[in-house]
Design a protein around this ligand. Structure first.
Ligand SMILES: [Zn+2]
Length: 131
């Protein structure tokens, strides 16, 4: 993924799915991996990972279950509250991906989604639809 000015893009469809999934999983955490189609720098694909442990205090992705061939560039997980603040476990996990999203309550719009880079630094997230 090419990163310009720490700005990341996501399709409207992908965003809507994440918001809905986060709401459906509440009060548990929703976790998934994200990737781009054709390396176009727009997050549009969502991979729900089998064997993911969903809990109300933590989520853990079983990375051995990520199907071979998936080139995940991002991660997403939800917080069961109204805070975007990444935990230490979140920060350790972020190092594996270019972009990491945290979705918070009330899971309604892009205002409820925060993007972080690999180092845990807050980045911009914009909607960009594919043609
Ligand atoms: Zn978290």
């Amino acid at each position: 993924m090419k990163v310009k000015d720490e700005k990341f893009f996501i399709t409207e469809k992908c965003l809507q799915f994440l918001l809905e999934a986060a709401g459906n999983f509440y009060p548990n955490e929703f976790v998934a991996l994200l990737s781009e189609k054709d390396d176009d720098s727009v997050l549009s694909e969502i991979y729900m990972i089998p064997n993911t442990i969903y809990g109300d205090t933590f989520s853990s992705l079983d990375l051995w279950m990520v199907p071979i061939g998936i080139k995940a560039t991002g991660s997403v997980h939800s917080h069961p509250g109204e805070s975007f603040a990444p935990s230490q476990a979140d920060l350790n996990f972020f190092e594996k991906y270019t972009v990491n999203l945290i979705v918070k309550k009330p899971y309604k719009s892009i205002e409820d989604v925060a993007a972080y880079d690999r180092r845990g630094k807050r980045a911009n997230l914009r909607i960009k639809n594919e043609f």
